[in-house]
Design a protein around this ligand. Structure first.
Ligand SMILES: Nc1ncnc2c1ncn2[C@@H]1O[C@H](COP(=O)(O)OP(=O)(O)OP(=O)(O)O)[C@@H](O)[C@H]1O
Ligand SMILES: [Mg+2]
Length: 722
């Protein structure tokens, strides 16, 4: 059989890796050198040449999206259906295992995954139950503690708190939280991994089954595995599976979440005889972008060391834009995307990357104003929206009455007159008798412990859920969803709200029905379609793309950009305190992680890279005047040019490229510059902050010394420069 096509489009080193005999392998290489491509070809090679059945392969990807893409690519290359191939994220795969062996894992069949919001709510309940003051025990911190322990594989009983009172308390809270989850059949994200690890560890039969099944295990983005994931891999691999990992120590960006880049060296120790293959040619970026990225990362110490070169063209210079404020930054970016789009380039090929999710709002607004479609990638968007979570909570209750997190969310949404006082009583009862809310309510109603309006309302609510469950059971998933949204009263509630926001909510609810319609649950024969959908929704949260195929600008955090590539990339907010972030402070370890994040961001760009920073930024309601990021200074001068807008204001030549200088941005069509002082006949003096629109429709925003900020129609404002 001619299998040469499996080696097409690969260089010699890549071929060595793809066509190696079955063995352990580490592919260690910089960004854009084809690691992921090698992994995909290797999978195909194993199936076609080594005749390994898809059933015997396990592949771990960084996102669910990546695994779908890979699956599609391999299926179309080798023309074999991969239904039997286990491919997904650590979480996805572990979850699948828990579903298949829920009894051994000590879980109810209908167990439900909860997100960090649900977790937050549950932690708060635990604090109340333990009579602890949230001021001293902030729920967020506790969540962090619990998740970190789980990532290390530690159960409450395994933590030795010694005489440390505060740690003792934390452990107590952790234990109580876990009890509550177990009773309600709820599983948080960290729990998915830990449970599945424990399942393999303690159940010989299960472990043996998978060890015999998986002949080859392949892992992408290995540098970001944490302790529990690594141990999970080792257990699965046992002594006979061959493991191939691909990664880049310079792109390890999840240290703050417990990822250990040291796992790369550990791998070489644990998997004896592993071959290390280094790829050095970059196929993604222009020489200029690569040179700049290499220069930045060279400031880090303790790297495993890699050379990365390209024989591609030098390409365009990197542009750096010094914005007046975050609005100016957003407008600049959007105007450049508009130009790029006008030249016939698809929007999907452009990406805006930022350090914090909160930065997206201003960018979103600028895009909307310009009428450009955009999509937020990986940021827990669609499924995080209030109305979607409401609807899902109802569906979750149909699936599992004991789901306390869902119960808390919708028992009084829409409002049914079930107040906090009543709920507190119920919670207390549930606590006292170790019941879930649903169980407690059943008992309280039976014993007539609740009375009057609230009792009626609760009874009706519970009837509604039971009724929906029986009525809808046999319907296709999307009809179930549609009926639940309508009969629960959610639809009517949001319709009554009126206004644009409510309209969007309704659209989102409709979109949820569409999502159910498109949902394909074939791969999950262990579950009902509803259970499968709920799990998928919880797992994929932000990755879900409402309009997968429409042309849209891609917005995402730097973290979620890992592994992706775009012809046009904007990195924004390159300011001290923003990126590197405030929290990294002067801690060298964290600073280096920020620098790796910068390296990840820059190496996403294929043709053109823009780096933006603002002289003033309003974030979380506060105005700041940050210094340009140190990362900007680490880029060689000949790789960057500074952009000057259509302005008359020239900058003193001796000023450093990134020093603080007065803004030189100007309004093309109002005659005023951002930051300029102006006088209004009624409002007095002020500073120009922003503008929008053009021609007679244009509006200008001025921060008046006496009155604060106001929007004015430029044509009527009769502002004078002062
Ligand atoms: N031998 C090759 N010839 C031409 N193009 C290649 C070759 N190898 C990889 N590429 C292309 O280079 C780009 C980068 O490849 P890939 O995404 O696999 O790199 P990577 O090492 O996984 O990057 P990252 O570290 O960012 O995950 C992709 O567009 C890929 O198709
Ligand atoms: Mg990759």
């Amino acid at each position: 059989m001619d299998v040469s096509y499996l080696l097409d489009g690969l260089n010699d080193k890549q071929r060595d890796a793809v066509a190696a005999p079955p063995q352990h392998m580490l592919v260690l290489a910089g960004a854009g050198s084809g690691k992921t491509r090698v992994l995909v070809h290797r999978l195909a090679w194993l199936m076609q040449v080594e005749r390994v059945a898809p059933y015997s392969l396990l592949a771990v990807t960084f996102t669910n999206k990546a695994s779908q893409e890979m699956r599609g690519r391999i299926e179309s290359t080798i023309g074999v259906s991969l239904n039997n191939l286990w491919m997904g994220t650590f979480h996805g795969l572990s979850h699948r295992m828990l579903r298949a062996h829920y009894q051994e894992a000590n879980l109810p069949q209908s167990f439900q995954i909860i997100d960090s919001d649900d977790q937050h709510r549950l932690v708060k309940r635990v604090l109340k139950a333990l009579n602890l003051d949230e001021k001293h025990w902030p729920a967020k911190q506790i969540q962090w503690f619990i998740n970190a322990r789980k990532d290390e594989g530690q159960r409450p009983g395994m933590i030795d708190a010694g005489a440390d009172f505060s740690l003792q308390q934390m452990v107590k809270i952790y234990a109580a939280y876990q009890d509550m989850c177990d009773r309600a059949g709820l599983v948080d994200f960290a729990e998915i991994l830990l449970r599945s690890f424990e399942l393999l560890k303690t159940h010989d039969a299960v472990r043996n089954h998978y060890q015999q099944r998986f002949r080859h295990i392949l892992v992408d983005e290995f540098q970001d595995t944490n302790a529990i994931q690594y141990n999970w891999l080792r257990l699965l691999a046992g002594s006979s599976a061959k493991v191939m990992i691909v990664g880049d120590d310079d792109q390890s960006i999840y240290g703050w979440r417990g990822a250990k880049v040291e796992n790369i060296q550990q791998f070489l120790k644990d998997f004896a005889g592993a071959d290390t293959i280094r790829l050095e040619q970059n196929y993604r970026s222009t020489a200029t972008i690569l040179k700049a990225a290499n220069a930045v990362i060279s400031n880090n110490s303790g790297r495993l060391g890699k050379d990365l070169w390209t024989d591609g063209s030098e390409g365009e210079t990197i542009s750096s834009y010094n914005a007046f404020n975050e609005l100016d930054e957003a407008r600049f970016i959007v105007s450049r995307i508009r130009d790029w789009h006008n030249k016939g380039n698809p929007l999907t090929e452009s990406a805006i990357l930022y350090r914090n999710n909160a930065q997206s709002r201003v960018l979103e607004e600028a895009l909307i104003q310009e009428g450009l479609h955009y999509r937020i990638y990986g940021g827990l968007r669609f499924y995080e929206r209030q109305e979607i979570k409401d609807a899902l909570a109802y569906l979750r209750l149909l699936n599992n009455r004991q789901d306390d997190a869902a119960m808390e969310r919708v028992i009084n949404t829409p409002a049914r007159g079930i107040g906090e006082t009543t709920m507190n009583k119920v919670r207390q009862q549930a606590r006292a008798s170790q019941q879930t809310l649903w169980q407690a309510l059943e008992q309280m109603l039976a014993e007539k412990q609740l009375s009057g309006r609230a009792a009626n309302a609760i009874e009706q609510f519970m009837q509604l859920i039971t009724q929906l469950d029986t009525d809808l059971n046999e319907l296709p998933l999307h009809e179930q969803a549609e009926q639940v949204i309508k009969q629960s009263g959610l639809y009517a509630m949001y319709q009554a709200e009126k206004g644009e926001k409510a309209q969007t909510r309704i659209e989102n609810l409709n979109e949820l029905v569409t999502a159910c319609q498109n949902f394909d649950s074939v791969l999950q024969e262990e579950m009902t379609p509803l259970a499968a959908f709920l799990s998928q929704a919880a797992l994929e949260a932000g990755e879900y793309q409402a309009e997968e195929h429409s042309d849209a600008v891609q917005l995402m955090t730097l973290h979620s950009a890992k592994g992706l590539e775009f012809p046009l990339v904007f990195m924004c907010g390159l300011e001290e305190g923003m990126f590197p972030s405030q929290q990294s402070g002067d801690d060298p370890t964290r600073l280096e992680e920020e620098r790796r994040l910068c390296y990840v961001g820059m190496t996403r760009a294929m043709q053109k890279l823009y780096l933006c920073h603002a002289q003033s930024r309003r974030l979380y309601g506060q105005e700041q005047y940050p210094k340009p990021s140190r990362f900007l200074r680490e880029i060689p001068d000949d790789c960057v040019e500074e952009i000057r807008l259509t302005t008359q204001v020239s900058r003193p030549a001796q000023l450093n490229r990134y020093s603080h200088a007065a803004s030189h941005s100007a309004f093309e069509n109002t005659g005023f510059k951002l930051g300029q002082r102006v006088l209004h006949e009624k409002f007095g003096e002020g500073t120009v902050l922003n503008y929008e629109g053009s021609g007679p429709q244009s509006r200008i925003q001025v921060n008046f010394d006496q009155l604060g900020s106001k929007w004015l129609m430029t044509a009527y404002a009769r502002l004078e420069a002062v």
